[in-house]
Design a protein around this ligand. Structure first.
Ligand SMILES: [Zn+2]
Length: 216
């Protein structure tokens, strides 16, 4: 089974409504590290302006992804069942029916080579501050995909998607999206334990205290 990273092709995030963004701080977003709290349900997204052209994009400052409804439908039922979804609206309340806010129900840590940076974790929510380096070294550990889910949330990318799910979509519908394979490896090369994921558990914090703080 092969897996592919999916992320917006351009760095041009959607503009959030600032009032909405502020109102979600400390509830949907962790009050310490500002990342979405994955144990809370995905919140409805409010944008300050209509997306110009967007197949898949991230909401600036919100680390939350928005997908065009046509692509969402093309990816099929198995994909849809693996995602949490929410509405996307404009500041004055108008709902954008062409777009859907998405978050995979299961998150996965994309690993990198020995030069990857691990700068500890958030003391409150356990969010691991990790960046896989170099780019070409990005891969998945076999133990993290044992359940072979159709899709995972990908820490540094929008989605990590199974090949058969991606193949449902004609290439013409994927314009503006960067897609590349994430090889599957058995052994971690970044110096971190293989069991580490996007959130560090309290047990892991005790066990790997020194290792996780090595670059901080
Ligand atoms: Zn946090």
């Amino acid at each position: 089974m092969r897996y592919f990273a999916m992320q917006p092709g351009d760095i041009d995030p959607l503009e959030p409504d600032e009032v909405w963004l502020r109102s979600q701080r400390g509830t949907y977003f962790c009050p310490v590290c500002s990342f979405p709290q994955i144990e809370r349900p995905l919140c409805p997204v409010v944008l300050s302006a209509k997306p110009k052209k967007c197949t898949l994009n991230i909401v600036g400052g919100a680390a939350t992804d928005v997908m065009h409804i046509e692509l969402f439908e093309l990816l099929g039922s198995e994909f849809k069942e693996s995602m949490e979804t929410q509405t996307v609206s404009l500041s004055h309340g108008h709902r954008l029916a062409d777009y859907i806010a998405i978050r995979a129900r299961t998150q996965i840590l994309i690993r990198g080579g020995p030069s990857s940076t691990a700068k500890g974790y958030c003391d409150l929510c356990g969010n691991l501050f990790y960046w896989p380096l170099p780019f070409e070294s990005r891969h998945l550990l076999r133990r993290s995909i044992e359940d072979l889910l159709p899709v995972y949330g990908g820490s540094v990318v929008a989605l990590v998607i199974r090949e058969d799910i991606l193949n449902r979509v004609p290439t013409s519908q994927l314009t503006g999206i960067q897609i590349y394979e994430l090889p599957i490896r058995d052994v971690a090369e970044d110096g971190l334990p293989e069991e580490i994921g996007t959130r560090v558990t309290s047990e892991q914090r005790k066990r790997y205290e020194e290792l996780l703080k090595r670059d901080s």
